[in-house]
Structures are given as C-alpha cells and as structure tokens.
Design a protein around this ligand. Sequence first.
Ligand code: FAD
Length: 372
Amino acid sequence: MISYWEQKTFYHHRHLIICGAGFTGLSAAIYFKRKFPGKDVLVIEKDPVNGGASTKNAGFACFGSASELLADLKKLNEEKVFHLVSERIRGLQNLRNLLGDENIGYEPLHGFELFRHNDGLYENCLDHLDYLNEKVRSITGSNVYNVADKKIKIFGFENVEHIIENEGEGQVDTGKMYLSLLQLARESGIEILNGILINRYDENDKCVILDTTYGKITGDKFLIANNGFASQILKDSHTIPARAQVLITSVIKDLKVKGSFHMDEGFYYFRNIDGRVLFGGGRNLDFETETTAELNLNEMIQAQLEKILHEIILPDDDFKIEQRWSGIMGFGDEKQIICKQISEGVFCAVRLNGMGLALSTLLGKEVAEMMG
Ligand SMILES: Cc1cc2nc3c(=O)[nH]c(=O)nc-3n(C[C@H](O)[C@H](O)[C@H](O)COP(=O)(O)OP(=O)(O)OC[C@H]3O[C@@H](n4cnc5c(N)ncnc54)[C@H](O)[C@@H]3O)c2cc1C
C-alpha cells in the first residue's frame, strides 16, 4: 500500500515525465528544463542506473568508417548517408559543448579500420577514399581518411593486412559521460526515480496517465526515450532490440593499442581505456539470439572475442579477462531515428541504432524543442 507521504511526494502531477534515464532521456530533460525552468520534469528509469546502452557502450566518438559508409550507400541514397554523417559530427560537438571534454574524458585518438582478409573490402574502400574524403571534407573542412598500414606494427597487431585511419574520430569515457549528464540533470532540478517500470500509458483530454510498477503517475506531457525497449510501450515503433557483447582485459604493460578500432565492417570494435583493451561485437555470429532485450552473455560470442584478442589484437601480451557485460541497442530500418509527436501529450525519441553517443544529446535538444 502506498502511504500518504509517498502519494503526496512522489505521485503528484508533473509537467513532463520521461521514460528512460539514458543519454537521450536525460538530455531531453536538461534542454526542456532550460527552456521552462519553472516546470517539473520527472525521469522514470526501470533499473538502478541505466538498463539499456548508455552505461554499457564502447565510448567511440565516431561518425563512420570507410566500409560503414560504403555499406550504408548500398541501402540509402547519398543525401541520407551524408546527412547522417553531418548529424553525428554536429552531435559530437553538441555533446562536447554541453558537458566539456574533461567531464566526458574526450580523447582525440582517431578511428582505425582494420582489414584482415584480402576479400575485396579494402580495395573497394581504397577505390572510394577520395570520394569519401571529398564528401566528409564538405562537412568538416578537411580530409579525414588515409591509409595507415605502417601503424599495424606500432599497434602490435597480427593477421592484419591494412589499416584506414579516420583522423576526425575520438573516444570518451562512457562512465564519466553518464555521471556528468546525471549530475547536470540533478543540478538543473530534474527529478529522477529509479527502479520503476512504466507498463503502459493512457491519455485523456487533461493529462497522460502512466501505469507503472509503483502505481499511477500523471503528467501534461510524456516522452518515451527508452530506445531498444520502445516496442514494449509503442507497439508500432518497428524497433528491434539488439544486444551487444563486451569484455575488458586486465591492465596490460606498455599497451600499444591506442584509439578506436573497427573490424569486419564494424561488427567488431575495440579501444584502449585505463591501460586495458575494451572489446565488443560479434552480433553477426548469432543474430537470432542477439535480437533480445535480455541482458545476458552469449558464450559462443564471448569465446570468439577472446580468440580474436589472442590472435589479432594482443598476440604478444599477457592479460586476463576481468569483466564481461552486454547492452541493448534499438535498431530499425535505414538507420533512421524516430523523433516525433505521437498524440497531443505524447512524444518519442527512440531507435538510435549504434550511434547514440554521437546523436543522443542533439536528439534530446530536438525533442525538447518539439515538446515546447
Ligand atoms: C555494447 C554497446 C556498445 C556501443 N558502443 C557505442 C559507441 O561506441 N558509440 C556510439 O555512438 N554508440 C554506441 N552504442 C550505442 C549507444 O550506447 C546508444 O545508442 C545510446 O546509449 C542510446 O541512448 P538512449 O538514452 O537512447 O538509450 P538507453 O541508454 O538504452 O536508455 C533507455 C533507458 O530506458 C530504460 N527503460 C526501458 N524501458 C523502460 C520502461 N518501460 N520503464 C522505465 N524505464 C525503461 C532502460 O532501462 C534504459 O535505461 C553502443 C551500445 C552498446 C550496447
């Protein structure tokens, strides 16, 4: 039974309620509160911290490797592909301006794409490198892609044939970034309640009524920002939960790996962090099992990650695997985010694919404008 005090304190009507304390939900809350300092904003999160992707991700501040952009160009027209690149670049700048480089642990260590087979992928990227540089130069003002085969030795890789470097990319410390966003939200007077699941919503001509595991809560406006879990509340969001597996090594003496690395068209990714290697990916080995919102590990994928670590990334180093985890992304057709008004009082900003670090604060800003 709910006490009088809980009813009075936690159940009162809010101006805006947001589902999901991820990068998107917290950013939207911050921008809305900046616009309307006098309005109450409540963020409801089902997990103790964040149960999706914002505290689980790899921290790549990236906007597209050569093979990723060429793969996108097979599915989408040129305008859409480079609009998305431009949004990711703008989004990264917005994130850095919002929180500050030091508060997100930003390191401009560049992105690197590894090619380990002579299967035509590298040759195709090489053939299109001038074109990609020209397109990205029109956004950033400088060329970013170049062949960097000399670095194979410097990084200490084995079984790698070629490297293409992206000088425009960097990395962030994801934990630091999440904490800074949380702190900014709290300092802005935003209320956050953890451990409450929103089951469904209803709407009448006066307000939006949320049915939660902690009772009914009402608001003028409701924003759904639960990314990979969107279809649990919005049945027709066409968002597929996509799980991703990650591991991190022990501290490695004189670690040579420095930067954000992609391999096999982005299906594998790794980086240095605090003298360790964080390595994730392998969804392509078992798409069916990994199409889930359950935060479990897939032993087969974890074994493959370890194998690649030993054979390619850290062939000469002594290390242990210290931690493993998974996170949930939200995927949809054509890498398109959904940011829209659903009804009078209900809005959504979901389905960030694998690009949320770059796009989420900008998306939060955009949806906050829409709700104003
Ligand atoms: C392993 C991994 C690596 C990644 N690496 C990168 C990377 O390097 N670079 C990059 O740009 N992107 C990366 N991403 C993607 C990026 O992390 C996401 O796009 C971004 O964090 C999405 O933020 P969000 O706030 O929209 O969603 P989330 O962080 O998923 O937040 C949604 C929140 O909603 C909550 N929620 C869900 N349903 C409910 C409900 N019914 N009631 C209450 N709360 C609910 C969830 O618990 C969750 O906390 C990665 C993702 C993963 C999983």
